[in-house]
Design a binder for this molecule. Structure first.
Ligand code: PEP
Length: 254
């Protein structure tokens, strides 16, 4: 049984005070033993403040550099995240791939470095609108998986989370239909079974991301291969983020 995960990517938003307050509000809306993993990803400079607020939420970074240390101005290493007690890191988000030119090869190096440091990588893959329209969705997504996840052992793969985020659905309000999302999630899981093993495929959590809101989360999460959500805009308010968490509970937790 895969434990659902709802992750909030706060991107380059909020102040230090707002980050801590939001984490506290989210945590106070959860039951004492939530059946859903909840993680938040504040801007890097506020990680320490959110982690030391001790809310019980998992807290992670939105990116990391693949190098151990050295002359990489403005970058943050895995050991720095470890030092802060961050538990996860989002890698290969489409904004980094498309705005910063990050490649799947680079994402692969970051994943291996993160795993070595004991951080859970949340690896984003997804097609552009024109690639979907050209019928290339599976090809694009599975190629991103193949390169980004190269060289991982089955055990490392089981510690890794994949987020399918169609680029045309991110921040647009245009959510994938549950059937569109499930089709890609099922392809990714089949690819995992072939590339690693059926046991590994059955254990890896695959999140959907792209305009998830409290009112569409239930239907998306009712799909067999959708194990949670990576949420941008709707994670910036406790009420809407908690709405998604509660919809997950209703769908995935008996
Ligand atoms: C994201 O940026 O990962 C994302 C899914 O954003 P939104 O929920 O705003 O579409």
């Amino acid at each position: 049984m895969r434990r659902p995960l709802i992750a909030g990517n706060w991107k380059m938003n909020l102040s230090r005070t707002q980050c801590v307050a939001l984490a506290r509000q989210i945590a106070s809306g959860l039951s004492d033993s939530p059946a859903v993993d909840v993680a938040v990803f504040p801007p890097a400079v506020y990680l320490d403040a959110v982690i030391t607020a001790n809310t019980g939420l998992k807290v992670g970074a939105q990116n990391v550099n693949e190098n151990a240390d050295g002359a990489f101005t403005g970058e943050v290493s895995c050991s720095m995240l470890q030092d802060l007690h961050a538990s996860a890191v989002i890698l290969g988000h489409s904004e980094r791939r498309n705005l910063m030119g990050e490649t799947s090869e680079q994402v692969n190096r970051k994943i291996l470095a993160a795993l070595k440091a004991g951080l859970t990588p949340i690896v984003c893959v997804g097609e552009l609108l024109e690639q979907r329209q050209a019928g290339q969705t599976d090809q694009v997504v599975l190629e991103q998986c193949r390169i980004s996840l190269a060289g991982l052992s089955a055990e490392q793969m089981q510690q890794t989370v994949i987020a399918y985020e169609p680029v045309w659905a991110i921040g647009t309000g245009q959510v994938a239909t549950p059937a569109q999302a499930e089709e890609v999630h099922a392809s990714i899981r089949q690819w995992l079974a072939k590339s690693f093993s059926p046991t590994t495929a059955a254990q890896v959590r695959i999140l959907y991301g792209g305009s998830v809101k409290a009112d569409n989360a239930g239907e998306l999460l009712s799909q067999e291969n959708i194990d949670g959500a990576l949420v941008g805009g709707a994670s910036l308010k406790a009420e809407s983020f908690l709405g998604i968490i509660h919809a997950t509970k209703a769908e995935k937790v008996a």
